[in-house]
Ligand binder design. Structure first.
Ligand SMILES: NC(=O)c1ccc[n+]([C@@H]2O[C@H](COP(=O)([O-])OP(=O)(O)OC[C@H]3O[C@@H](n4cnc5c(N)ncnc54)[C@H](OP(=O)(O)O)[C@@H]3O)[C@@H](O)[C@H]2O)c1
Length: 297
């Protein structure tokens, strides 16, 4: 598995495993979560994507329970987590309105909770989950710098930011932002042409792609022409159509890290198959045109 430089002294696996749906699995036992992490590690997938809010603020603890039962895993993985979304659930039960919070106090409290719930002494990468219209960059930027200086967080980045959001936050920080985690898939490809990918590509920042299978809908009939094309190519290469959908992202020269969300152990064990799919320009465009619903001009 290729490794991608995220920050000085921090590398991620090219494919990342996402834990948004961890709490949706009927089995959230430490042994089952350990089995998922080990199935990733066997393929060289070492990077785990979390957020404070996942599973109603429970997913970090579910993973932490596995790490407490099998502490040897801690040194084999990199942990990404996020903060700033506040919703009426878990430790934020009682929040009257769903909102974002990029204040220093909120970020610091969230990081401390993440460290405690996951049972680790540092977070490899902390992301601001969504752009906050009330973000004060003079407060948020230095708060992120201070978390890095304190050794609680090794690197910081953002998620769902537009280029102007990125520039505003970066202008008030000394730590370079490491990445932007954005939605990218054959059903969400606008970022390839609206400047979001170009901005990160120009800055040589790796891009993390969330919901690379469009949350499963890519393979569940939401876009029949795309599904058909994925199946056709998969049949030729002898892989699962999901691997072709991921290869479509991997082929982009900007350097995209797909964040995969399956809870199925068999599917987890096959995630690295995507790296084997040949994705030449014509194949890439045949999928893109199926997604657009027409030929490119
Ligand atoms: N930064 C953000 O704002 C943000 C937002 C959303 C997600 N994320 C991150 O991105 C990760 C991935 O998101 P995601 O879970 O939506 O990713 P995804 O990989 O696009 O979708 C996963 C879903 O697709 C289903 N699936 C997988 N393979 C399938 C197949 N071959 N056929 C049919 N269904 C299939 C899975 O079901 P099974 O479990 O049954 O396989 C699962 O429900 C999350 O875990 C999270 O870490 C970040």
């Amino acid at each position: 598995m290729d490794r991608v430089r995220i920050a000085e002294t921090l590398d991620f696996s090219r494919i990342v495993y996402g834990m948004w749906r961890l709490g949706d699995d009927a089995d959230t036992s430490p042994a089952h979560v350990q089995a998922k992490i080990e199935a990733c590690l066997e393929q060289g997938i070492t990077t785990m994507d979390q957020a404070d809010i996942y599973g109603g603020y429970m997913a970090e603890e579910i993973m932490g329970n596995a790490l407490r039962a099998a502490p040897q895993l801690k040194d084999k993985i990199e942990i990404v987590t996020k903060c700033d979304i506040v919703v009426n659930a878990g430790r934020h039960a009682g929040a009257a309105v769903k909102h974002y919070n990029t204040s220093r106090a909120h970020i610091e409290a969230s990081v401390d909770a993440s460290l405690r719930l996951m049972g680790v002494d540092k977070i490899d990468l902390l992301l601001i989950h969504r752009p906050d219209p009330l973000m004060d960059p003079d407060e948020t930027g230095p708060a992120l710098d201070d978390l890095v200086a304190a050794g609680k967080v090794r690197a910081v980045g953002v998620s769902n930011f537009r280029p102007w959001d990125w520039k505003l936050l970066q202008s008030r920080m000394t730590t370079p932002l490491a990445t932007n985690q954005i939605e990218l898939s054959l059903l969400a490809h606008e970022s390839f042409v609206n400047g979001d990918v170009a901005f990160l590509h120009e800055a040589r920042k790796p891009i993390m792609a969330w919901s690379p299978l469009a949350g499963g809908s890519l393979l569940a009939g939401a876009a029949p022409r795309v599904t058909e094309k994925l199946r056709e190519i998969a049949g030729v290469d002898g892989v699962d159509p999901s691997s072709v959908a991921v290869a479509w992202l991997l082929a982009h020269p900007a350097g995209i890290l797909p964040v995969m969300g399956t809870n199925n152990l068999g599917r987890i064990a096959a995630l690295s198959e995507a790296l084997k799919v040949e994705m030449g320009r014509e194949r890439w465009f045949s999928l893109y045109e199926a997604a657009l619903g027409h030929e490119v001009a």
